[in-house]
Design a protein around this ligand. Sequence first.
Ligand code: 4AD
Ligand code: MG
Length: 461
Amino acid sequence: MKEKTRVREVLAAPAAGARYVVKGWVRTVRVGKEVAFIALNDGSCLASLQVVATPALANYEEVSRSGTGAALEVSGTLAASPAAGQRYELQAEEITITGAADEAYPLQKKRHSFEYLRTIAHLRPRSNTFGAVFRVRSSLAQAIHRFFAERGFLYVHTPIITASDCEGAGELFRVTTLDLAHPPLVAGEVDYAGDFFGQATGLTVSGQLEGELFAMAFSDIYTFGPTFRAENSNTSRHAAEFWMIEPEIAFADLAADAALAEEFFRYLCRHVLDHCGEDLAFFNEHIDRGLIERIGNVADSAFAMMEYSEAVERLKRAPVAFEFPVEWGLDLQAEHERYLTEQVVGGPVFIVNYPKEIKAFYMRQNDDGRTVAAMDLLVPKVGEIIGGSQREERLDLLTTRMEEVGIAPADLWWYLDTRRWGSCPHAGFGLGFERLIMYLTGMENIRDVIPFPRTPRHAEF
Ligand code: 4AD
Ligand code: MG
């Protein structure tokens, strides 16, 4: 096979007269008199390369009929383009059609709705919007690793199959090899003693608990992996399978945790501005006008911080009729989060010190006896994007709290051991990767920023 050059490289440093082999998929074909113009895209960048075919090609007839979606290998010479629309074009000397595509190919030129494109999730990566989404997603994943590597964090792979429900919300997907038609029963309950792991297990909802164990050895660690929640909420920001980045830092309090979250978030804003310019310009023009300006502002400015109690006061005073009630002690709903970040603050805001009743068992209890050292970062358009806390490092308080909320300390003996030996103040947070991508692209539905979304009743491909 001839060695190819990616379209991105051809366009990055175009040299008229240079010979290239490019390989990709036809976006459009325009047939003129004795000439065909083919827009060829190989996914390396948003732009397609204009390929010019003439009857000098042995298979010109076939090439000029090759439709949108066909795969071509083209050898040719780069030349300045006389026509508007592109500066360079590839004058083809040889074209091989490796895979034809006929009119039944679903991604013809016209604009499709995102709803329709979800039904062809196997083909949508070949569209402009999804090409841009998944390039940004890939670039961000690498930037995340770089951020932590630059700061000496250890990357730890926490397990996907687990016996503990970290968040305690009962959203674990069950993992079992039991015969579901004839499960072993003891007193009417499924007996997991005979199951593969000898106990009930599920898919992890968070790598935090295991992450904490590693922070107690390596000081600063992070996880970046898939998490699963059997949460039957059909919203535009919840998926049953999503990716989460969870740093955990030892010898750190809530203030240090928030400082890390802010530095991290602003780093990622700066990253897309500096490295994903072409795709961002596309989103700014077609998806969300003002996107680039908004990201630029966030990259350059300090984040606000507000006590939960103050947030509740602000919401009560708001001249808005919320669907859900606002009362000290109740959790904030998406509509409340968005009001706070969009109307009250006009930018990212940390809400800190939530009532202990609405937060997970592991959060550190504040001296007031009714709140915990929790923080959520809220951002415009998305709402909660980061959730984190300082952890309860005091064995007695942690054990008592677990008993209060009905978690048997014996089941998490290994977690409690970190408080028995060498305990220290520590903190961490989780950033939802898909929500980050939504925020940085302006895409409004989580189903459109993950390659193959898993949501209630949807797992076909
Ligand atoms: O607030 P959450 O539930 O926090 C935790 O899981 C902690 N263990 C994190 C930690 O302290 N290490 O989830 C963290 C973030 C949320 O802020 C949100 O961005 C995202 O994960 N998230 C989801 N994203 C998509 N779909 C869902 N169903 C999500 N649930 C949470
Ligand atoms: Mg949360």
